[in-house]
Each structure stands twice: as structure tokens, then as C-alpha cells.
Design a protein around this ligand. Sequence first.
Ligand SMILES: Cc1cc2nc3c(=O)[nH]c(=O)nc-3n(C[C@H](O)[C@H](O)[C@H](O)COP(=O)(O)OP(=O)(O)OC[C@H]3O[C@@H](n4cnc5c(N)ncnc54)[C@H](O)[C@@H]3O)c2cc1C
Length: 451
Amino acid sequence: MVGAGVAGLVAGHRLAERGHACDVYERWPGLGGQAATLDVGQGHLLERYYHHLFTSDRHIADLYDELGMPDELEWRTSTVAFFADGRSWPFNGPLDLLRFRPLSIASRLRMGIAVVLLQRRHRDVRAFESETARDWVNRAMGSEAWERVWGPLLRGKFGGRATDISMAWLWSKLTVRRQIKGDEARQELLGYPRGSWETLYERLKESIESRGGRVMIDRPARSLSRRDGRFVVEPGAPDSFRTGHDPRRFAPAQPAEDYDAVIATVPSDIFAQLLDDDLAAAVGPDYLGRAASIEYHTALCLLLELDRQFTPFYWTNIADDELPFVGLIEHTNFIEPERYGGRRFLYVANYLEAGHELLSLSLDEVLDRYEPGLRKVNPGFSRDWIRERWLFREPAAQPIVTLGYRERMPPLQTGVPGLILANTTQIYPEDRGTNYSVRLGDQAVEALLTG
Ligand SMILES: Cc1cc2nc3c(=O)[nH]c(=O)nc-3n(C[C@H](O)[C@H](O)[C@H](O)COP(=O)(O)OP(=O)(O)OC[C@H]3O[C@@H](n4cnc5c(N)ncnc54)[C@H](O)[C@@H]3O)c2cc1C
């Protein structure tokens, strides 16, 4: 396995269950990939990027059960708001939509009806694969709904590509996650593990290691090649992660080891960079071209420890193009601060195109840019509230789902027997998430063993 994110660890666990010893190579000095945690001090672990689960996330919930950790997941009500027209509007259920004054009453009703009809009548994504989300919203909800709500939200997530995003992506957001009926009609329930996501990784690691495998952190793959019908993984030296993501820049380490098969769970660009010329030729330009055709946006995430509450909401969507970030996720409005010794944590979320100037700024410079926006949301905010801060950048955070995505998506089987690619670009039509990376890990093993 290349990559000890959720997909790589689950694939390793499944192979171990079937009696195969396997090694997992990981670039980062920790497990969990995009859902890795950091120690925020005093032994408290928190994800580098905000994480929660939806009640529809059955693959990961089943995995917790299967691993003997059924009580690890807790389900709690979440509070959501929209920041628009200079204030935060609660946005938890149908009544809040009716009170949402940035839209005219007619548009509010139309938007509510369109969502209900979509959820009740349209269970097949294929009807939405040849239309952009913008065109669908304009048609089904009206142009005001696009201009005031969906346009700013999609611009926040996809920048200049917002108008190209397939309706298939929005369909999955609106239909898969939460149904406006039953227990969740009034308020959404979200899940979070008692001991952060880390407990899951530890259990998967134990499973792999107890059956003769190894999970090796801070030990990246530097290159992949084939010799005498076996795959050779050349590792990179410790601390390679400090040089960035491109494995071709990692210093080599010893020994190179050979394997029957490789499941690569890294982003598609890294996969291509790992292959030596012969293996790249065997995979072929068609497959690599498909993989390369899917663009990613980078997550830029500022995590602040504050000495007080910032908003009353867990999740605030920023529907105001003048603010330089797209979301405020106040973790300790979801999980009580007492769990962290009374400390409070706020994530300031952003998704940006590769090369965006904000991505080259230092933590202090990012904070300088964000401060006026933070004050717009909470006018009392001052830097004195900040006790600690961290900044994280994830280049392959969000695959860009445009029209014709299904046809371009690379299959798990690369065409070279024994070589599987399993990454977030192959999660479709659902939006990527840890739940679907659990499913992807399962699928990767099936693809390998049946391929
Ligand atoms: C800002 C943000 C918020 C999110 N919020 C949520 C949420 O609320 N809920 C949710 O369920 N999901 C959320 N996600 C998505 C979720 O974290 C990912 O979809 C999931 O963790 C992906 O897992 P993966 O194993 O498929 O890929 P990754 O986690 O990307 O794993 C790939 C692994 O490969 C490693 N790697 C890279 N290069 C090499 C190399 N050369 N050698 C060895 N290893 C290498 C990487 O370090 C990484 O560990 C969020 C993601 C982001 C960025």
C-alpha cells in the first residue's frame, strides 16, 4: 500500500484479513492522510482539517462496529448558518429557509420545493450528469438562488470553476447526506469519534501488524518499478515530507523491497511521478491521461485556538464574495470544550486553485488577510483572543467534478495486473469523505484480487 490514509489502511486491513502480509508506506509522520490528527497539546488530538460524519456514512460506521468499537462514534446535533448581507442566518431546517431574508419569499419557497422534489423524485444521478449545477439551480430554483446562495457557495469551494461544476456533484450533496424527513428533518445529526479519528487508524494498524505486515510512517515511496514480474518500491529518506509532495525530490533510502502487488492510494499526480519509465509505459498514456485530466483544488485551513466562543454555530457557510475564506467551523460548538480541557477551536476554511497567491503566504500573512473578514462575522474579534494557531495546506483536497466526469474517471485497475490506483478522484458521484475512502479501500482489494 502506498499511503496510510483511510483508503490505504482499510485496504491493508482487508488484505491482512485474507491472509496477505502487506506493508504500508506513508510520507507523513502520522497516519490518516487528509484526516490525520495533530496533538494540540495536553494530549488532545484534533484533525488538521475539520471532520465529521453524516448519518448516511454507513461504510465507516459499519467498520467501527466490525472492529469492535461500536460506541466510539457519537451522534450530535449540528448547527449551521449562512453568512450573507452582513450577518449570520441560522440554516438548520425548512423553517430557517423560510426566515432567510437574503432571498425573496418566492425564491425561498422555490428553493425548498426544489430540494424536496430532488430528494423524493430523483434517485438516479445519471439524469444530472450532462448539466451544470448553475444551469440546474437557475432552472429549478431561480437566478436569485444562484446569485445569493449557490453561486457564492460553489465559488467558495471551486473558485473560477464554480460555473463548470456538474449537477451530479450538487445532486449528491443534496440527496445522499441528509433527508428532510424523519429524525433529521428539524436538525441534522453529525458523527464524531470519542477519541478523534486516530483510534480508527490505530486499530487498522494493529490489524495489519498482527498479521505480519508493517505500517511505516515517515517512510514514503520514492519510486515504483517492475523487476522480474514483481513490483519494486524504493523508499524515500526520513523527513522527505519536508521537501514537499513530489516523490522525485525525495532522497533515496534503503532497502528497496519487492512485492506481488501494489495499491497506490496517493493523488493521481503523485502516482504518475512515482512510476519509472517502463512502468509508466506499461500503464500507458490513455490511463495516465485520464488520471491527469482531473484537477484538484487545494485546501488552506487555518486552525485557531481561541480564548472564547467565536460564533454560536458549528458550521458557518460564507455566502459573501468579499470575505477571503469560505467557511468557519467552530469545532467546540459541536464537541464540548470540556473534552479539550476547556479549550476552544475554530477552523477557517478555504479551497483554492493551485498557484493561488494565498497559498504562498505565511501563517501570519494569512491571518492578516483574514482578520477583517473575521471581524465582519464577529465585530468584537481581536487577535488577543488567539492562544495558538496552525496552518495546513492539502494540494489534492477536492477533485473538480465537471461534466462528463464518469467517462474521464480512471478505473481502479490500471491495466497492469497487480497495480491498483485508488484515490479520491474515483469517488463518484458522492463527494469524497472518509466514509467513501473506507468503501474505496474495500473496492481496491476486490479489484486487485479479481483483476
Ligand atoms: C479540508 C478538508 C475537510 C474534510 N472534511 C471531511 C469531513 O468532514 N468528513 C469526512 O469524512 N471527510 C472529510 N474530508 C475528506 C477526507 O479527509 C478524505 O476524503 C479522506 O481522508 C481521503 O482518504 P484517502 O486515504 O482516500 O486519501 P488521503 O487521505 O489523501 O491519503 C493518501 C495518503 O498518501 C500519502 N502519500 C502521499 N505521497 C506519498 C508517497 N510518495 N509515499 C507514501 N505515501 C504517500 C499521503 O500522505 C496520505 O496519507 C475532508 C478533507 C479536507 C481536505
